[in-house]
Each structure stands twice: as C-alpha cells, then as structure tokens.
Design a protein around this ligand. Structure first.
Ligand code: F6P
Length: 376
C-alpha cells in the first residue's frame, strides 16, 4: 500500500516495563518493511522531543532488542504540557509541533500507560499526529484487554509467592508480600490466584484487618499455621479508603485555586502515610494472630528483566498493527488489544480512565470459591 507518511518518531514514557523494546522493534520493522517508512527514536520520553535527543532506528538498531528488558530509548515521567525547563514549568506543545515539522516527522508513536495516554491526547488536540500503544505492568489502561508488561510482572510476582510459600511454611509465619500495580489490583489478584495466596488485598476491595486475622486463625485451627498475604501497594483498610475518598471528592469539588492546592496537599500527605501501609498491616496481624510475620516488598524487581513470551507476542502484534494504522494516517488513537485483533480506539475514550478490577470479575469469584480471604 502506498502512503504519504515518510518518517515517524517513537518514544517511551512513564515507568519502564518488559516488552517495550519488542514493541519498538514491531513498529519500526513493520513500518520500514511494509511501507518504507523511516523510524527515529526519541530519548527519555517527551523530553527527547523537546531537546532533540534522537537516534535513528534503522535495521541494525532494531535488531537484537526483542528479548532485552527496559527500553533502549530511556524513559521519564515528563509531561509535554508541564515540563521543567530552566527551572520553570512550561507548556512545550507548540515547540514540539514546530520541531517535528522542522525534522520532517509525520507522526509520533507514544508507548506508555495512563499518564502517557493523557499527554498524547493533549498533543493530538494541539494538532500533532500521535498514536499510542498501551504499556504498563499495572494493566490498568482502559479499552484494551491487556497492556504489555503485565504478563511478565505477573510471572515474576507469582514466582515470588511460590518461593515465599516454602519459607513461610517452614517457620510457621505470616509473610505479607507487597505487589505493585499503582491503584489497580490486577497484578496482586492475578499473582495471588496463580500462586495460591491465602489472603489477597486489592485497592478495589477495602479491607478489614479483623477479617484477615479471622481467616488466618481459621487456617491455624485447620493445622496450617502459616499464611501468605498478597497485598497490592494501593490496597487500603476501610477507614483509610473512606479518608482518601473524601479527600478526592474535595479535590473534585474545589472551585478556587487555593481550594485545589489545599486538597492536593491533603492527598499528598495521605499518600506519604500510605507508603508504609504494608509494614503496619504485618504488625497489626502479628498482634492479632500471635504468629510471627515478615514483609517482602517486590518493588522494581517486577519491572526488570527479559519479557515473557506472552508480552513479546502482545507487544509485537500491537506494534506491527500500529505501523498499518500509521500508513493509513489513522492518528489520535491507541492501538488496543481486543481478542486476537488490534483495534484503534480514540484517545479521548482512553485518557483519564482507569481500568480497575470489577468486583464481580471471574478471578474474584474464583478466589472466593477457593476460600481465599479478600479482606471484606
Ligand atoms: O506504573 C508502573 C509502576 O511500577 C507502578 O506499579 C508503581 O506504583 C510505579 O510505577 C512506581 O513508579 P517509580 O518507578 O517511578 O517508582
């Protein structure tokens, strides 16, 4: 198929995740191989677009990266409309548009999670041709079946739970394992189910510590005096969830700038307090159950290393489909996974929306039917 598109830019933004290089390779190889379109990579997210930090992604550069973790382009959490430049926060949308024109780049491919989808929508509204791919270990991007990075992180978290089982069992301990996922419970629920955790706590279901201790007590009565508690980094007790909710509602209702700043400060303070929630929970459980407890925080281990086969396939099929949409000049969309196909979804249907775990999700139902405690 003939296309007017000659050269595209590609960048990775937000937290890195396994599969990013597979996606870059998928876009670049399909763009060149099927349409003769050149690809240029921008370093460190949106900042590369502003500071003209780029590298040519020719056949050689795209070769040998499929299995490599992280992103060969580097990443950052910079936002194009609020970028720190010389100590000042500036909207760089206009500058980016001019740069792209100057460099002869017809479209920018942005690989990222929820924040990146929002930034991409702003660029699109600013008159820039953008197209995005959904990446994050959190799996919380709306309108796509799955994000790449999730499958690998799920495998890593599951293996960690497997390993923690034998040591928890040997020492008759509670092991509380904290799993990433931002404000969504996909990773914790998935790994908890796959790893057979006894308690699974996710942000979508605020917990009651007494219920957890009862469940652990029941296990002890049945002769299992150890337990694995998989807790999402965003999980909260019912009391904390109420406080958070009301702080967020205050922010939504805030009219003046002062009210907004005040509400944002209040939320930030709650977030800081939440940082040691897992340690507090382990301590509370030790007090209530009289079983010794230990905490394992998986942290960035979940994002590192080589992508799983599932993530390589997902990133490759979304990446190659992206090249086809670019050739057809279909911009302002995210390339979403839908069953076996890849479909374009307008960015305004994705940006600002989080895909949470529905309370009636089949995985929740399966966990309950196994007798897993979900803290409610
Ligand atoms: O969005 C991916 C993620 O790993 C979240 O699960 C986590 O909350 C966050 O990024 C950590 O961010 P950072 O790498 O900036 O500490």
């Amino acid at each position: 198929m003939a296309t007017k598109i000659k050269r595209i830019g590609i960048l990775t933004a937000g937290g890195d995740s396994p599969g990013l290089n597979a996606a870059i390779r998928g876009v670049g190889k399909a763009a060149l191989g099927s349409y003769g379109i050149e690809t240029v990579g921008f370093r460190d997210g949106f900042r590369g677009l502003v500071e003209n930090r780029r590298l040519d992604l020719d056949r050689t550069a795209l070769s040998g990266i499929l299995t490599v973790g992280g992103t060969i382009l580097g990443t950052s959490r910079d936002k194009p409309h609020r970028m720190e430049i010389d100590g000042k926060t500036r909207d760089m949308t206009g500058a980016i548009k001019d740069n792209l024109k100057k460099w002869g780049i017809d479209c920018v491919v942005c690989l990222g999670g929820g924040g990146t989808q929002k930034s991409a929508l702003r660029l699109s509204k600013g008159g820039i041709n953008v197209i995005t791919l959904p990446k994050t270990i959190d799996n919380d991007v709306a309108m796509t079946d799955q994000t790449f990075g999730y499958a690998t992180a799920l495998d890593i978290a599951t293996e960690a739970i497997d390993r923690l089982h034998s040591t928890a069992h040997s020492h008759h301990r509670i092991i509380v394992v904290e799993i990433m996922g931002h404000r969504a419970g996909w990773l914790t629920l998935g790994a908890g189910l796959a790893g057979g955790a006894d308690v699974v706590l996710i942000p979508e279901i605020p917990y009651d510590v007494e219920k957890i201790s009862e469940a652990i007590g029941q296990r002890s009565k049945r002769g299992s005096n150890f337990s694995i508690v998989a807790v999402a980094e965003g999980a909260m007790s019912r009391d904390d969830a109420r406080v958070f909710d009301s702080a967020e509602k205050k922010l939504e209702r805030a009219k003046s700038l002062n009210e907004k700043i005040e509400a944002k400060h209040a939320i930030a303070a709650l977030e800081v307090r939440h940082q040691d929630n897992t340690l507090r929970l382990a301590h509370q459980l030790e007090g209530l159950t009289h079983l010794e407890s230990r905490v394992t925080i998986l942290g960035h281990v979940q994002r590192g290393g080589t992508p799983s086969a599932a993530d390589r396939i997902l990133a490759t099929r979304l990446g190659t489909a992206c090249a086809d949409l670019i050739a057809k000049e279909q911009f302002g969309v995210m390339v979403a996974a839908r069953g076996e196909s890849a479909v374009p979804v307008p960015l305004d249907q994705v940006a600002g929306k989080r895909k949470s775990v529905p309370r009636d999700h089949p995985w929740i139902d399966a966990a309950r039917r196994l007798g897993t405690c979900l803290g409610d």
